[in-house]
Design a protein around this ligand. Structure first.
Ligand SMILES: C[S@@+](CC[C@H](N)C(=O)[O-])C[C@H]1O[C@@H](n2cnc3c(N)ncnc32)[C@H](O)[C@@H]1O
Length: 279
């Protein structure tokens, strides 16, 4: 099967199957011991940060390949930082977004407008598009937006209404507010530290509250949800919920830990936090 599977974790590493290839990569949280030690020899390649950033067995992998993650076909390629073009721990979120948009769409006359900020390779954008939402995908990296567009083609969504924007998130949101553009559902996954299109510094501690205020300014008058995720140490579920509570009008807040789940008998790996505001 051409799918993603978490096979095991432990001793600071995780073993994952991405379609045809098995990869062994760092995972600082996995301080426990592996549950399935016999599987680890099956890795086609391994990434390490011990003596600088280094792939072992990279030549066993093609330049790019494909795997299906939560019903979305994704192009994968090894990057020098050990990333592959997908963060599989966001699978549960894609699932929730797809289900919620499908349910909401039944009671709306117009397609729901979905905005994905810090949108990377587009998994969430494409899950929302599969559910029928009109989408706007924003990332400061031109290369990542091209990668996301390739993923749209792989999923036969090339002609679906998706706006592809290369821009700094805060600048983009202010411009959209000036133009009175609005969105019914918004996802944001801000990095701890990032750079906008023209090198603008994004440091989550200073920038996030401002981003959320701008998010509020572009929320439609028939909102569905705002979904905030974080991988920044110290940004616990309560931190995210407190921020949403201060910025958004009355609604329900839910929060939790982002988990990279395996099949039966495979330990889950915590990979961040989330909070969502539901209108
Ligand atoms: C951690 S990744 C997001 C992962 C993604 N949400 C997913 O689930 O696949 C962070 C992304 O934010 C983008 N980024 C960083 N700073 C930015 C900024 N100021 N404005 C827009 N995008 C930014 C990066 O290019 C990168 O693609």
């Amino acid at each position: 099967m051409n799918h993603y599977t978490l096979l095991d974790s432990g001793h600071g590493r995780k073993l994952e199957r991405f379609g045809d290839y098995t990869l062994d990569r760092p995972c600082a949280q996995a301080v426990w011991k592996p549950t399935h030690p016999e599987l680890w020899d099956t890795a086609d390649a391994a990434f390490s940060r011990k003596d600088g950033l280094e792939w072992r067995g990279r030549s066993n992998l093609p330049d790019s390949w494909e795997a299906t993650v939560e019903g979305v076909r994704m192009k994968l390629a090894t990057t020098d930082f050990g990333h592959l073009g997908v963060f599989p721990e966001t699978r549960d979120l894609w699932h929730w977004i797809r289900q919620t948009i499908q349910t909401q769409s039944k009671t709306r006359k117009e397609p729901l407008n979905f905005l994905n900020l810090f949108a990377y390779s587009g998994g969430a954008t494409l899950a929302a598009a599969q559910a029928g939402a009109h989408c706007c995908h924003v990332d400061a990296s031109k290369g990542m937006v091209s990668w996301a567009r390739e993923n749209a083609s792989l999923n036969n969504l090339k002609d679906h209404p998706i706006r592809w924007i290369v821009d700094d998130v805060n600048k983009f949101l202010q411009r959209e507010a000036r133009r009175s553009r609005s969105y019914d559902a918004i996802l944001l996954d801000p990095p701890s530290f990032g750079r906008g299109k023209s090198g603008e510094l994004y440091k989550i501690e200073q920038a996030l509250l401002e981003t959320l205020k701008h998010v509020k300014d572009v929320l439609s008058n028939q909102p569905a949800f705002v979904y905030l995720t974080s991988h920044t140490p110290g940004f616990t579920p309560t931190v995210l919920s407190n921020l949403l509570h201060q910025v958004l009008p009355n609604g329900n807040l839910e929060q939790g830990e982002m988990l990279l789940r395996g099949e039966k008998n495979v330990l889950s790996v915590p990979c961040g936090t989330w909070s969502r505001w539901i209108a």
